[in-house]
Design a protein around this ligand. Structure first.
Ligand code: USQ
Length: 380
């Protein structure tokens, strides 16, 4: 297939690119280094300094010659539409968004940049498909955070409502607790509108926080590993916890630690992308999948890290700190995640070995951990 990957340099975009390049697709990778620039601007740094994407792509080209890279901003319609029109992809995997809740809540500029970048890149993509290739399948990364923490079960994207004896299926009600997550709700609404109007084919993946660094096709070569961030803005909770453990810092449980989320191993993110590629949404359909494999509270997650690392003689401390976020800390949470499994996903669960494996990678780079960038600095 001809596949475009937008945001190909990121924590998910790069492993997706590595994996698909080994499956003989013709790939066009797109990124404009926004995340790298923001990491520098806000004085953060990944655990391991990244090669340029151009250098990384040369590694992939040795295995697949049908792979190219363009350094352009997907929010720049003129440049993006030319690229799309020339390549005419069968599918586009859209990760070209600012992914951080704390960043989006930092200030006016960051909030607006999140909204503007995320909506504009999604809108540009929609417009290109509508204009140049109506049957192109969009695989869009959404987030479980779109649903928030409602007091009823979270269904997979849609809810059947009976009202005054009449029935209608609606997109499941959404109420996020950051501006970033809200930008994803707006993306979904935009996509759904254009699916209804112009019969586009869209798969929206409601993904939970991801952890890990390895997957099937990068396991032997650390140069192919994705960017690994652990700072307060770009790091996600489990990766942060393991870094804290290795740095001999207490794990920072925000608030009561009873917040529950659905988590997913990076290995499974890649599997889900492949499943979505092989099972495209039909014309005029918005397919929504809940992309997580297990639910944990933050307390459970911290305990899992503590118990796993005890096996390799690391004594982990856990500390509850004031929650820097406005989010529900005691809530019902039961989310459905059957659809991916029905299509063949066999989950790679969060075992002690998985945690130890992440810890071994971090241990190797322990001297590079910057303890000053870990504690939360954005409050809302
Ligand atoms: N948390 C802690 N301690 C920490 C960091 C986080 O207790 O040191 C808590 C947060 O308060 C939150 C939970 O862990 O309740 C998850 O936080 P997170 O920073 O791992 O994830 P979040 O901000 O929700 O965003 C991440 C990704 C985002 C993705 C989302 C999926 O950055 O791109 O969309 O996970 S979800 O959370 O399901 O919406």
């Amino acid at each position: 297939m001809k596949v475009m990957i937008l945001g190909a340099d990121g924590y998910l975009g790069w492993p997706t690119s590595v994996d698909l390049s080994m499956r003989n697709h013709e790939l066009l990778l797109v990124d404009n280094y926004t995340k790298r620039e923001l990491i520098k601007k806000y004085n953060k740094s990944p655990l391991v300094e990244q090669e340029t994407i151009e250098n990384k792509i040369n590694l992939l080209k040795a295995k697949n010659k049908y792979i190219s890279f363009k350094n352009i901003d997907c929010a720049d319609f003129k440049k993006f539409s030319k690229l799309f029109k020339d390549f005419k992809p069968d599918a586009v995997i859209h990760y070209a968004e600012l992914p951080s809740a704390p960043y989006s809540m930092f200030g006016h500029q960051e909030g607006w940049k999140t909204l503007q970048n995320n909506l504009q890149s999604t809108f540009n993509l929609i417009w290109c498909i509508k204009t140049f290739k109506r049957d192109c399948h969009v695989i869009k990364l959404g987030t479980m955070g779109e649903y928030g923490t409602p007091n009823i079960d979270i269904e997979e994207g849609w809810l059947n409502v009976t009202h005054k004896n009449r029935k209608q299926k609606f997109i499941y009600p959404r109420q996020a607790s950051s501006l970033y997550h809200t930008s994803k709700i707006m993306d979904t609404d935009l996509l759904w509108f254009y699916v209804r109007m112009y019969n586009l084919r869209v798969t929206d993946l409601m993904q939970g926080p991801v952890y890990g660094i390895k997957h099937k096709n990068n396991i032997k070569d650390e140069k192919l590993f994705p960017i690994f961030t652990y700072d307060d803005i770009f790091g996600t909770v489990l990766n942060r916890f393991v870094v804290q453990a290795i740095a001999n810092m207490p794990l920072t449980v925000y608030g009561s630690g009873n917040q529950i989320r659905g988590y997913i191993n990076l290995i499974d993110t890649i599997k889900c992308i492949n499943i979505a590629l092989k099972n495209p949404a039909k014309s005029g359909n918005l397919e929504i999948y809940n992309q997580f494999t297990e639910q944990f509270s933050i307390n459970e997650l911290a305990l899992k890290v503590k118990q796993a690392l005890k096996k390799i003689d690391i004594n982990v401390k856990i500390k509850k700190i004031k929650n820097p976020r406005i989010e529900s800390e005691k809530h019902y949470y039961k989310a459905q995640n059957k659809k991916m499994k029905k299509l063949g996903l066999k989950p790679s669960l969060l075992t002690d070995d998985v945690i130890i494996d992440i810890a071994m990678f971090i241990q190797k780079h322990k001297n590079k951990i910057n303890k000053k960038i870990i504690l939360p600095q954005t409050n809302w």
